[in-house]
Design a protein around this ligand. Sequence first.
Ligand SMILES: NC(=O)c1ccc[n+]([C@@H]2O[C@H](COP(=O)([O-])OP(=O)(O)OC[C@H]3O[C@@H](n4cnc5c(N)ncnc54)[C@H](OP(=O)(O)O)[C@@H]3O)[C@@H](O)[C@H]2O)c1
Length: 294
Amino acid sequence: MSRSSILVTGAGGLLGRRVVEQAARRYRLFRQYHSAPKDELHGTIFVGDLADRNHIRTIAETVHPEIIIHCAALADVDRCEREPELSRHINVEAVRYLTEAFPEAVFVQLSTDYVFPGGAPPPEPSVPTRPLNVYGRHKLEAENVARAAANHLIIRTATLLDWLGRRNVFQPLYEPLRAGREIFCLTDQSSNPLAASDAAGLVLALIEKGARGVFHIGGTELVSRYELAVKLAEYFNFNPALVRPMTSESIRRDAARPSPAGLDCRATELFLGKRMPTLQETFAVIARDIVGSA
Ligand SMILES: NC(=O)c1ccc[n+]([C@@H]2O[C@H](COP(=O)([O-])OP(=O)(O)OC[C@H]3O[C@@H](n4cnc5c(N)ncnc54)[C@H](OP(=O)(O)O)[C@@H]3O)[C@@H](O)[C@H]2O)c1
């Protein structure tokens, strides 16, 4: 039986890298990068700017993927606030170009809990959206563009944790605590984080079960950054007293954040017949990566 073909955009990003790792064994894989990857270069690879329609045309003239997992994004929330035009090009227009260039493909749009304004309890997929910042507004616009694709799957994910990767929440907590240094963490910024590799597994599981429409993925526990750091310290046998509380009033950031953020993932659990990962399981997954990369 021939394997389905998948194009993964943002293949070098936090999530894209993990999707590639897991999909490589099961699918015919085409990878798209913004900057050329430094590692192994076998397989079909495209390097370019997805905000450039010509780059997407070149891909469409070369390959005909049955599924597109669109992980590429400008996910730096403060940068999106400062550079809204850039954010629109990457976060919205690229989605339009891709869905137009590949009308037959199943289009999987990665989205975010930042399409919501925050507040307890975490929202289910049917709760009305109301983003607070440019990033959230553009990711919501992108969802609406993706909805126009005949076969679309929108997956909103909560905060992703990983051992490697830029803009990673985990390492800036782990490294100083391991070195015995004090860190200050926000008590008023929360989410239900999950490991990027678990998120990749859930994305592929949703695709393989034929999911269409909007789904939420995230960990089982809603924690502030402060609670996350304390639990991380406890799990890895660092000193939790090194984690000191602070609030977002004491730092200057360009974009407002939903507080608390996070997502209700029960509908996804029901659909897949499995529960989301606990924080302990998330740390265990990342711990294996740390050992593996040593
Ligand atoms: N990380 C989180 O906590 C989180 C939470 C909620 C939702 N999400 C969503 O999950 C998805 C994956 O995010 P992520 O954390 O993997 O982000 P990431 O690590 O920043 O990766 C994004 C990827 O997009 C690429 N990219 C940026 N601009 C591009 C352009 N103009 N053309 C082509 N590629 C471009 C980047 O390449 P370069 O690095 O080479 O520029 C990078 O590889 C995104 O849709 C994001 O909105 C993430």
